[in-house]
Design a protein around this ligand. Structure first.
Ligand code: NAD
Length: 88
């Protein structure tokens, strides 16, 4: 299963991503790096998550353009085409 975690670079979101990866799920973390905490903290949250099954997309959760232009990870793109569904 591919799970989209909004706010995935944040304190809670990055830990949710880690727990999902540890369970063997594919994870797409979406985060717009809002300025409440420094970007360096968010990048450090993400540093541990790189690797197989993980993809980070920078952008706002409510923008329809966030996943356009090939930004969507392959498993998710395939599923969307197959089912004709919108992103969760
Ligand atoms: N112990 C610590 O080091 C620590 C650090 C941070 C937070 N906290 C605590 O954790 C709790 C909050 O953590 P959190 O994970 O909810 O906050 P967070 O700010 O760490 O994470 C929220 C994430 O959502 C992202 N975001 C916000 N709006 C977005 C949008 N429209 N589209 C995409 N991404 C968006 C932000 O950029 C951020 O990375 C609070 O209780 C806080 O005090 C503790």
């Amino acid at each position: 299963m591919t799970v989209l975690v909004t706010g995935g670079a944040g304190f809670l979101g990055s830990r949710v991503c880690r727990a999902l990866l540890d369970r063997g799920e594919w994870v797409v973390a979406l985060d717009n790096f809002d300025p409440f905490y420094p970007e360096s903290i968010k990048r450090s949250n993400l540093a541990d998550l790189r690797g197989r099954g993980f993809r980070f997309v920078r952008g706002p959760a409510r923008s329809s353009g966030t996943f356009s232009g090939g930004a969507a990870p392959r498993p998710w793109s395939t599923r969307r085409r197959g089912r004709g569904s919108r992103p969760p």
